[in-house]
Design a protein around this ligand. Structure first.
Ligand SMILES: [Mn+2]
Length: 271
């Protein structure tokens, strides 16, 4: 049995299938760990969702910001964006089941020295805090409170404060799990930057480079940062190699560290 960690798919269904063929993925034996953002911007979100759901226990997918945008759209609390391609999911006959399935996905999955998240692990978090925050948000996402949590506020940065009221703290935690790229302190994450790491805003650094990182006992597998691309460093592996932008989809075989990249074959979004 092999386990493959795979970067942001974003509706690139044909590239995903080609990558799985390249690695020799066996549905009945192997496992996929997906960093989230299964949907949006790319052309075949509905096919990706159904495929991953049908893999059952053989696929573990954590929630990304685009997955949450789909859920928020289904709940009527998101403002549609020009480049959205989630309408086909919302119109599908099985939309209700797919959204319910998506709402039951985790934000953080941990096994065998690895932590799988969409965007990152807040440098100030220890293991227990990260797990507690993930479980608390997952419970809200499955409840009637999901819409309120997912209503997006547009802010350039968020500070995570252990002592803040629950709703404010969980909002910051959700941003860390699903939208973070750089931090200006172990507890302050920037939300206004998506460029390459060498252009990080003054005073901020990629979250995985902060010296005070406390979740350092684990290797964090994450995506979300196409401008960073595939990168392996101490305690992290970045897996978003910009498939939806016409670059490549990356798989890392955890058993031996082998890396596979499939050139994108799905049509990139119109710009
Ligand atoms: Mn993302």
């Amino acid at each position: 049995m092999a386990t493959y960690a795979i970067g942001d798919i974003q509706g690139c269904f044909h590239t995903l299938l080609a990558l799985l063929q390249r690695v020799g993925f066996r549905e009945a034996h192997d496992r996929l760990w997906l960093v989230g953002d299964l949907v949006n911007r790319g052309p075949r979100s509905l096919d990706v969702l159904r495929f991953v759901r049908d893999l059952g226990d053989h696929a573990t997918s954590v929630l990304g910001n685009h997955d949450l945008h789909l859920i928020a759209s289904a709940l009527g609390v998101a403002s549609p964006k020009a480049r959205d391609t989630v309408a086909e999911v919302l119109r599908a006959p099985d939309a209700e089941h797919l959204i319910a399935w998506l709402r039951a996905r985790p934000l953080l999955f941990e096994e065998g020295g690895y932590a799988l998240v969409h965007a990152g692990w807040l440098p100030g978090w220890d293991d227990a805090t990260a797990a507690r925050e993930a479980r608390a948000i997952e419970a809200v996402l499955r409840s009637d409170g999901a819409g309120d949590l997912l209503r997006r506020e547009s802010v350039p940065a968020i500070e995570w404060d252990e002592h803040a009221p629950d709703e404010r703290r969980l909002r910051a935690s959700l941003a860390a799990f699903t939208r973070m790229r750089t931090c200006s302190s172990p507890a302050i994450l920037r939300l206004d930057f998506s460029g390459p790491p060498e252009h990080a805003p003054l005073g901020s650094r990629p979250w995985f480079e902060l010296p005070s990182r406390r979740g350092a006992g684990k290797t964090v597998l994450f995506g979300h940062w196409a401008a960073l691309g595939f990168r392996r460093g101490e305690g992290y592996v970045a897996l978003d190699s910009g498939c939806v932008w016409g670059r490549a989809l990356t798989a890392l075989r955890l058993d031996d560290g082998a890396v596979f990249q499939e050139p994108a074959i799905d049509a990139p979004p119109a710009s």
